[in-house]
Design a protein around this ligand. Structure first.
Ligand code: NAD
Length: 437
């Protein structure tokens, strides 16, 4: 099968590479010439475990190509996936300018029946707008080329994107025609041979499914953070509470960890977009609004706890472990670490940081206002306090004797609840974590 993927970011590059791995011939298109040149030179523009090897293999077999030339890429394809960004507009609604630009170019370029599948996360009603734009372009050309639109929201997680795409829990596809259903079935069959689960539905339901899924996951996080903050006040232990409720199969164990708030490119913007969709339709999304408010407050919790623990931080040196919004990615979009760094700098603290992967991303975002260090121990060197913001595996078992020796003072705020209070207090550290004093 010949397919094109428009937008070569986290979703587009991973999807395109995985389709190529299954034997499809894939052309990945992007307007960012720098990104395309890097990929042509074998350099990955993003960090994602296992991606580089898979890209190189499929490029070498001639099944994966990169270009900035969209009309050329559309020449001989059956399906075009649109995986461009849908960032939040100023009012929180999803900005569809990239999605509609792709629709326009699609309408300007196709010469035979082709399906345009939207993989980007878009509000209900977008497929209708996409259809209108394509038809306008065909009318301008004075041609009558048949086409279909479909919705195929993506559920991969950064940090486990290849695994998620290669063996998904389910694939959701919104379609309007039997033909589109057949093509999408053919395309996804190889990924789901063991447990074939493409869930077909109408397009508005597919568009809504993605928002509902992200909003549900964000809700679990904010819910647990709210419960943790109450546990702290009443003297209960959030880890026991989590185990106690997670054992109920109706609740399940996943996504129940209290922490310093969710970030990333998806939850914050999708929660905002859903609230906005409510406003547009005269409905108040009360639960989702509260999810966002709780998360905004939680992003400062590590800073708030530090101030309670050590008082004024002016002139102090604070070490921050973890910059990415979660482990195994270099993505720092909406990362809680950015909020904490900003507050510490405003207070006049000196900030030292370390992240296994996201250091250059951090430099691009905030420059040299913090000190970038070589490793965990270098980061702690001379620090009065150590803050954990991202639960990278390599931070789980540090050699505390070394940290104890290099730190100037002994304050620790564990924003991800991965360290052992008893062990650290015995060594003379003042330790606090989420859900405890
Ligand atoms: P991204 O910003 O990493 O990539 C988007 C790419 O699209 C960029 O490289 C950009 O240059 C390119 N682009 C923009 N306009 C273009 C055009 N007209 N033609 C060609 N390329 C164009 O975004 P992402 O994180 O991959 O997310 C893409 C979509 O998928 C969003 O709607 C997002 O909400 C959704 N999504 C993301 C994730 C995730 O984990 N990142 C997961 C599921 C869904």
């Amino acid at each position: 099968m010949n397919i094109a993927i428009i937008g070569t970011g986290y979703v587009g590059l991973v999807s395109g590479t995985c389709f190529a791995e299954m034997g499809a011939t894939v052309t990945c298109v992007d307007v960012d010439a720098d990104k395309i040149n890097k990929l042509k030179a074998g350099e990955m523009p993003i960090y994602e475990p296992g991606l580089e090897e898979l890209v190189k293999r499929n490029v070498s077999y001639g099944r994966l190509n990169f270009t900035t030339n969209l009309p050329e890429a559309l020449g001989d394809v059956e399906v075009v996936f649109s995986a461009v960004g849908t960032p939040p507009d100023e009012d929180g609604s999803a900005d569809l300018k990239y999605v509609l630009a792709v629709a326009r170019q699609f309408g300007q370029s196709i010469n035979k029946y082709t399906i345009l599948v939207t993989k980007s996360t878009v509000p209900v009603g977008t497929a209708q707008k996409v259809k209108t734009v394509i038809q306008e372009e065909l009318n301008k050309r004075g041609v009558d080329v048949p086409f279909d639109v479909a919705s195929n929201p993506e559920f991969l997680k950064e940090g486990a994107a290849i695994k998620d795409f290669m063996s998904p829990d389910r694939v959701v596809v919104g379609i309007e025609s039997k033909k589109a259903e057949e093509v999408m079935t053919k395309l996804y069959q190889p990924f789901l041979l063991q447990n074939f689960r493409v869930i077909f539905m109408d397009i508005p339901s597919a568009e809504m499914t993605k928002y509902a899924a992200n909003a549900m996951l964000a809700t679990r996080i904010s819910f647990m953070n709210d419960i943790a903050n109450l546990c702290e006040r009443v003297g209960a232990n959030i880890d026991y509470v989590r185990k106690g409720i997670g054992a109920d199969v109706r609740i399940g164990q996943k996504f129940l960890y209290a922490g310093c708030g969710y970030g990333g490119s998806c939850f914050p913007k999708d929660v905002k977009a859903l609230v906005h969709a409510g406003i547009d339709n005269g409905y108040h999304m009360e639960v989702i609004e509260a999810v966002e408010r709780v998360n905004d407050r939680q992003k400062s919790i590590v800073y708030d706890k530090l101030i309670r623990l050590m008082g004024d931080v002016k002139g102090k040196t604070i070490a921050i472990l973890g910059l990415a919004f979660k482990p195994d990615t270099d993505d720092m979009r909406e990362a809680p670490a950015l909020v904490v760094i900003d507050k510490l700098l405003k207070d006049g603290a000196t900030v030292r940081v370390f992240d296994p992967i996201a250091m250059s991303e951090c430099k691009c975002r905030i420059g040299e206002v913090v000190t970038y260090t070589e490793n965990l121990y270098d980061c702690a060197d001379g620090a009065d306090a150590l803050l954990l913001m991202t639960e990278w595996r390599q931070f789980r078992l540090p050699t505390w004797n070394v940290i104890q020796k290099v730190m100037t003072d002994k304050y620790i705020v564990d924003g991800r609840n991965i360290w052992n209070r008893a062990e650290l207090e015995e060594m003379g550290f003042s330790y606090t974590r989420i859900g405890e004093k």
